[in-house]
Design a protein around this ligand. Structure first.
Ligand code: GCW
Length: 719
């Protein structure tokens, strides 16, 4: 008996020591500094990094110092000295022109091209220099250096220089002051307004740190469906406490401005932007905010859209409203991000036309500290949209790109859908604005037109969930947004391979599976939800699940039938000259790709055309068959994702393994639900058979129509 027990005990010890998979709940995101497993790599690092010295005493440099100390002691498994020892090998961080420690080791040639917030990492014979023009650059350099180690990359002979290509890299939180999050699928808001400014949740610090690690330098902490209360003195004080936390991490705080705040909060009888009392109310308010938050970033505004107040309520245009607010923050260096997501109360012939029609005539009339923030597509964050025509049409105005990281229309909290592919698709699209090669990325970078401002915004997917994003793979979307905001040219493969390694494991098979999942899931999702350019056919209000039959919402453009226009003849929205002619808002070269239904790329066929069920499309199949094939392909792929994930169980810590598996199982069920519900419904028009060899819908159309989800998350409260 004794023997048996002992033997058992030994086996237990053995299995514990061989298995390095410590429990992990995902809270640490990609900033996991566990000891490097490869001993020879670790030994090389130890040899090169005997100490790390950060030259500077400011709060930001204290953050860099702390991060390096924590990161290195974790990764290398021993505390690293922070004292310079000239004769010894080590890492020095310093500002160019200010640090005697780095100066002798870098030449002007090394610094060529270095810009604000950028950094240089350069190895000399016995030291590694991290140099920058400003502290923010050093902080990013420190994070980058740690990432190289997390990735087990060689630092011997390293010489790398990086600059952000976009100036303002900002998260937009659609967080309400009552703690709910509009379109939030990861719990509640992380901002506890009730307990601010005194109670500083550790999450605020960890949030700032995570964002700094991926180069994000701004955050709008309130919902664009704004509440004027945020400008009351006590709330400004609360916001100031958050700004104090963010500052050492290089993150500026911004707030959303409710256009009618002068009336709601200031007791004025109007919010007319041309009214002197209104102007001075905003100037006064800006002065108050800057007194509390000296580096306040500025305002983000949703005006005259979905019931939000705006300048049009007074017969003024967007420029008048934006410029009035811009003038209020200009003396303090603030900016205004004015959203182009507008659609009016009147029923439009085609909602896709409106933003272009309202904003293009205003090109050139915005003040220099205004950016127009444009969603990636003309409707609303659909699984796949063509790019917004405004990107090709406002050369005199800096345009910000707004992406949605939270997955309102892409499986919400449960589906794994890697968004980097979608983000890249948008950034790489050619608008032909200044001839071939004027991609959205170039327009947003703004350099060709010499714009002083450039920016990119991502609607955050962050909440109180222990792992921040609810679904572990949602972290990859947050991370990918940061990488692409810093460098819109970085490849999806690099983003995902790095993320998989630093967030999960270095085990090659597992990395391959994770990268595959993230890379292929976007197309799979488009296929099982809205193939061939279909859009906005999800459940009304909560946007959860399939509901192509929705036809009784108060506005025509809130109904699915408005978008797919299925009838006995065919399906799709004709946006060519025979229809709404939305295509005319694009450049001739862009138009040429989509104008002809016979040659139109399948991705956008039904976005731009109404096509007969039996028409043979560019793939060689009839439209109906192609629709069926794509719905099945998408759903089938998700089943394969689950199996692939199961195959790497031994490489993933058990908590995250199980949680991802459960989400993949939900996704598999929901992908089939999407497929079957949509095909049953569309079949009621096409009256054609689902092709041989493809599964038939599991339930009747009536069954799918009968499902209801009164408590689906993320629905907007009305103020
Ligand atoms: O995507 C839609 C959402 C709304 C959102 C709106 C917007 C914040 O359904 O919830 O409101 O867009 O972007 O303003």
């Amino acid at each position: 008996m004794d023997m048996i027990l002992k033997k058992h005990h030994l086996i237990l010890i053995a299995s514990f020591t061989c298995c390095q998979l410590l429990a992990d709940d995902g809270y640490r995101l990609w900033l996991r500094y566990d000891r490097i497993e490869n001993e020879s790599i670790r030994a090389d690092y130890m040899e090169a990094i005997r100490f790390v010295y950060v030259d500077g005493e400011s709060p930001m440099m204290a953050v860099a110092r702390k991060e390096l100390a924590m990161g290195l002691s974790g990764l290398l498994g021993q505390t690293i000295s922070q004292k310079p020892a000239d004769a010894d090998r080590g890492v020095y961080l310093g500002i160019v022109g200010k640090s005697g420690y780095i100066e002798p080791f870098i030449s002007p040639g090394n610094l060529k091209g270095l810009r604000s917030e950028g950094f240089l990492i350069k190895a000399t014979s016995d030291r590694t220099i991290i140099a920058a023009l400003d502290e923010q650059g050093l902080l990013y350099g420190a994070f980058h250096f740690l990432k190289l180690l997390q990735l087990n990359k060689s630092i011997a002979g390293i010489s790398t220089l990086e600059n952000p290509r976009i100036q303002h890299r900002i998260l937009n939180h659609w967080d309400n002051l009552d703690g709910t999050v509009e379109r939030g699928y990861a719990g509640f808001s992380i901002w506890n307004w009730h307990q601010l400014p005194t109670y500083i949740d550790q999450r605020y610090i960890d949030y700032a740190r995570a964002n700094a690690s991926i180069g994000i330098n701004g955050t709008v902490v309130t919902n664009v469906n704004a509440n004027a209360l945020i400008f009351r003195a006590d709330y400004v004080e609360k916001a100031a406490a958050l700004a104090d936390v963010f500052r050492p991490y290089g993150i500026k705080l911004y707030l959303t401005a409710r256009f009618s705040a002068p009336m709601e909060l200031g007791g004025l009888s109007t919010a007319d932007p041309e009214d002197e009392a209104v102007k001075s109310w905003w100037q006064q308010k800006a002065a108050e905010i800057y007194k509390a938050i000296p580096d306040f970033g500025g305002f983000l505004v949703k005006a005259n859209s979905e019931g939000q107040p705006g300048p049009q309520d007074y017969g003024r245009d967007h420029a008048s409203g934006a410029n009035m607010l811009a003038d209020a923050v200009a003396p303090f260096g603030g900016i205004v991000m004015w959203r182009a997501f507008v659609y009016s109360e009147e029923t439009p012939e085609d909602r896709a036309l409106q933003a272009y029609n309202e904003f293009v005539p205003l090109d050139g009339s915005f003040h220099p500290n205004v950016m127009i923030q444009v969603k990636n597509g003309p409707i609303d964050f659909q699984p796949r949209e063509p790019v917004h025509p405004l990107f090709g049409a406002m050369p005199k105005t800096p345009l910000m790109l707004e992406l949605q990281i939270t997955k309102e229309y892409l499986g919400q909290g449960t589906h794994v859908v890697g968004l980097a592919i979608m983000f890249r698709e948008t950034l790489d699209t050619d608008t032909f604005r200044d001839g071939k090669g004027t991609t959205v990325a170039k327009v947003v970078e703004g350099t060709e037109k010499g714009h002083q401002l450039s920016g990119i915004a991502g609607v955050a997917n962050i909440g109180t969930a222990r792992n921040w994003t609810g679904n572990h793979f949602g972290q990859a979307d947050w991370y990918a947004f940061g990488q692409l905001a810093w460098d819109p040219g970085v490849s999806v493969e690099t983003i995902y391979t790095d993320w998989a390694q630093i967030t999960f494991t270095h085990e090659p098979k597992a990395v391959q599976v994770i990268v595959n999942l993230l890379t292929r899931s976007y197309e799979a999702c488009v296929n099982y939800m809205t193939p061939l350019g279909l859009h906005h056919i999800m459940g009304a209000g909560h946007h959860y699940g399939p509901a192509p039959w929705v036809d009784s919402q108060s506005r025509p453009d809130w109904n699915s039938v408005y978008y797919h226009k299925a009838d006995d003849r065919g399906i799709g929205f004709d946006r060519t000259g025979t229809g709404s002619n939305a295509l005319l808002q694009y450049s001739p070269e862009f138009r040429a790709q989509y104008e002809d239904a016979l040659s139109c790329p399948p991705e956008f066929l039904l976005w731009f055309h109404h096509v007969g069920w039996e028409t043979v499309i560019s793939t060689g199949n009839t439209l109906w068959d192609e629709l069926c094939i794509r719905y099945h392909k998408g759903a089938g792929e998700v089943a394969a994702f689950r199996q692939q994930w199961q195959g790497i169980e031994s490489s993933i810590d058990s908590e995250r393994f199980k949680e991802v598996l459960m989400h993949l199982s939900i996704q598999e069920m929901e992908a089939k639900w999407w497929r079957d519900a949509c095909l049953s419904y569309f079949q009621s028009f096409s009256r054609m058979e689902i092709p041989n060899g493809l599964e038939q819908p599991e339930h009747s159309l009536d069954y799918y129509k009968s499902l209801s989800f009164p408590y689906a998350p993320g629905i907007r409260p009305r103020w």
